[in-house]
Design a protein around this ligand. Structure first.
Ligand SMILES: Cc1cc2nc3c(=O)[nH]c(=O)nc-3n(C[C@H](O)[C@H](O)[C@H](O)COP(=O)(O)OP(=O)(O)OC[C@H]3O[C@@H](n4cnc5c(N)ncnc54)[C@H](O)[C@@H]3O)c2cc1C
Length: 379
């Protein structure tokens, strides 16, 4: 078994560190204040090749899952809110073009999306259905030359800034539950779509937006994948995106852990540094062990993806473990800062909040347990 990280990935992550210092950290206060990521964020990420996909000879190509996880973890250590915006663009939006897009779709949007000039998102969750994906209600009605979309997508990351959205809708209401949905590529600048930015407290500065569709015309050639295969396709997207969201969650935990360790070495209580209390030293070791075990699971999932093996259970295990660990670590880390941690602007404050977001996206912990259990029963 080889646990080493390939040298080219280490070089890439070192280069990414410099990118974070120059192109992310100086701008975070203003982005957080505006609760919105500017287009320059996506453009700089894309221009420098940090999205994990390339566009070559008219086609999208995927780089290594391990490399993407290392980059995502790094970004999430500093800003989980920026990391989720990148993830929503790539692993919820762009990936649909890669997995289900025709050569024409890839040609139309692939290059601009890889370069971050075009921003993408995915709208699936509605007020009536989140975990129960098949229960969504948005209607896709067949009309001449295309479809008319009506309904509301309740929680869409990047919905405020995105140019194109991947939208699920009921195309075949009378079909079997597994065959009712289709997936559409939708131009979000259509005037028949209303966007409402929601007031949230997690994953700042990314936006969370409600999209309301009133007779939005989508041409036939914007059907993504096959008619009636939308449920199957969206579940495949979530299986894939659980790997980067596990990396994001682990990065969130690791970012909080690093801040806490630094603080414990500086802050004196009862005449000695917090770190010199053996109880705190033991807690630090405990949490480090948990972080490392979640990271091992994540890297195993990445390895399976990169080998082309079945990673369904591994991606759920990685997401499940990273959320469990991150919940514990981030609350512990916030405690280490005492009262200061509750102040919104304090650097530690965002981490426990952002794990809250991570526990919901790409399926809750209950949903991960269902998937893990199903795989146990199969195997
Ligand atoms: C910050 C943020 C960003 C998001 N971004 C997006 C996005 O970009 N696109 C998008 O489409 N969605 C997005 N979502 C929505 C997210 O995917 C859903 O919140 C999630 O899938 C859960 O769905 P729900 O909120 O409807 O909860 P529900 O499905 O109603 O779940 C409620 C509770 O029931 C539990 N539960 C569900 N099923 C079972 C079961 N079978 N057995 C036992 N318990 C169960 C859940 O674990 C949960 O505790 C985002 C959410 C947040 C918070």
């Amino acid at each position: 078994m080889d646990f080493s990280i390939p040298a080219e990935f280490t070089t890439a992550t070192e280069k990414f560190d410099s990118f974070i210092k120059k192109d992310i950290i100086p701008h975070l206060p203003i982005w957080s204040h505006q609760e919105e990521l500017p287009r320059t964020f996506f453009h700089n990420m894309g221009r420098q090749g940090w999205f994990g996909l390339t566009f070559e000879n008219g086609c999208l190509k995927r780089e290594s899952a391990l490399k993407e996880s290392l980059i995502t973890e790094k970004l999430a250590r500093i800003s989980p809110g920026s990391a989720i915006a990148a993830l929503a663009h790539v692993d919820l939006g762009l990936i649909c073009l890669f997995l289900f897009g025709s050569p024409a779709h890839q040609h139309k949007l692939g290059k601009a999306a890889v370069e971050g000039k075009t921003v993408m998102c995915l709208g699936n969750t509605e007020n009536i259905a989140g975990s129960d994906v098949a229960g969504i209600g948005m209607q896709a009605t067949k009309t001449e030359g295309g479809w008319l979309l009506n309904g509301t997508k309740a929680y869409v990351t990047n919905g405020w800034v995105a140019d194109w959205g991947v939208i699920t809708a009921v195309s075949d209401p009378d079909a079997d539950r597994k065959r009712r949905l289709s997936m559409y590529l939708v131009d979000l600048n259509d005037t028949a779509i209303r966007r409402k930015k929601l007031n949230k407290q997690v994953w700042i500065p990314s936006d969370l937006t409600r999209l309301t569709f009133s007779d939005v015309f989508v041409p036939d050639d914007h059907l993504l994948g096959k008619r009636g295969r939308g449920l199957h396709q969206i579940l495949e997207i979530f299986t894939n995106s659980r790997v980067p969201i596990a990396a994001l969650t682990l990065g969130t935990a690791a970012g909080a852990f690093d801040l806490a360790v630094e603080h414990m070495q500086k802050r004196k209580i009862f005449g000695k540094h917090i770190m010199d209390f053996q109880a705190k030293a033991f807690e630090t070791s405990d949490f480090y062990a948990k972080l490392e075990s979640a990271r091992l699971m994540l890297h195993k999932a990445c390895w399976l993806v990169d080998q082309g093996e079945d990673f369904r259970q591994a991606s759920s295990l990685a997401k499940y473990l990273s959320v469990e660990v991150a919940r514990e670590v981030t609350l512990w880390a916030a405690d280490i800062f005492g009262a200061a941690s509750v102040i919104r602007e304090h650097p530690i404050h965002k981490y426990p909040m952002d794990v809250w977001g991570a526990s919901l996206g790409e399926g809750t912990q209950d949903v991960q347990k269902l998937i893990i259990f199903r795989q146990i029963m199969k195997g």
